[in-house]
Design a binder for this molecule. Structure first.
Ligand code: PLP
Length: 273
């Protein structure tokens, strides 16, 4: 993606997500990817997680009104050319976000594309979305999504489909599209026993496949965030959704290849410095 011209207003994006004190995932991963893809990243913090390489030991949710006010404040002044959501924590926070997106023209019916990464749990199984909030995420946010980017665990929670092969991956993508997302990306990185990481993109008409070798590393913290953030930056640069996904897939594959250990647990995917 082209770097911004020195001194000129750069492309702007916004992430609506949680903070990871370990610096691996969440807002911290998003802002790294935004900086390295030449866009200015704004933030609406939904929750502060107490987290290190071993897992999440605490969550402080932000007042839903304050989450929405961050979105209103940024869109009223700085503006944004694409938005992504990550950890959303609770149903009231999702409701407040959906209303703020509606006011600002963010989402599939407005001019500003929206990437929804339907974060439900950390890789350690720590809940990042309240159990009663999944219905709100599906009912309120999926219909606003330009692109939704679930991993296979999230696909199972949202659609009930256990993806094990091409046919079930296609069925899951079709179901996500039926639920309202204009484009559904079913990520195959967690496919058991596979040496490939086959992602499938669907817009209701055509399946697009994005294949990459599966990078076998325990240090994949923040991989999902990084893929969605790279796609968001690419959309802000004016790429089409299939082009943005191709860019993001390549980006996260390289970030996984360069991932590093940190602490006693799982380290993060690497910024491409
Ligand atoms: N913590 C926060 C704040 C996140 O947003 C995410 C993912 O989106 C995670 C943790 C989970 O990352 P991982 O699945 O790599 O554990």
């Amino acid at each position: 993606l082209p770097p911004p011209e020195p001194g000129a207003v750069p492309r702007r994006v916004m992430t609506v997500a949680g903070s990871d004190s370990g610096g691996g995932a969440g807002i911290q991963a998003d802002l790294r990817t935004f900086a390295l893809t030449g866009v200015h990243g704004c933030v609406a913090v939904t929750a502060v997680t107490v987290q290190n390489s071993l897992g999440v030991t605490g969550v402080q949710e932000i007042d839903p009104e304050v989450v929405a006010a961050q979105i209103d404040s940024v869109t009223a002044d700085i503006g944004t050319e694409a938005v992504k959501t990550g950890m959303l924590a609770s149903a009231p926070i999702i409701e407040a976000i959906a209303a703020a997106f509606g006011r600002a023209g963010i989402g599939a019916d407005g001019p500003i594309p929206l990437v929804v990464d339907p974060v439900c749990a950390s890789m350690h199984g720590d809940a990042l979305l309240a159990a009663d909030a999944l219905g709100t995420l599906v009912g309120r946010l999926l219909p606003m999504a330009t692109l939704v980017t679930p991993n296979l665990d999230e696909v199972r929670l949202i659609t009930g489909i256990d993806v094990v092969d091409d046919a079930t991956q296609e069925a899951a993508a079709a179901e996500l599209h039926r639920l309202g997302a204009r484009w559904a990306l079913v990520k195959g990185g967690h496919l058991r026993g596979s040496e490939r990481s086959p992602d499938l993109l669907f817009d209701g008409a055509r399946f697009h496949r994005f294949d990459a070798p599966r990078v076998d590393t325990p240090h994949d913290h923040g991989a999902g965030d990084t893929l969605a953030a790279a796609a968001t930056a690419a959309l802000a640069h004016g790429l089409s959704v299939p082009e943005a996904v191709a860019f993001a897939k390549d980006w996260v594959t390289r970030a996984l290849t360069a991932a590093y250990p940190l602490g006693a647990g799982h380290g993060p995917v690497s910024p491409l410095w």
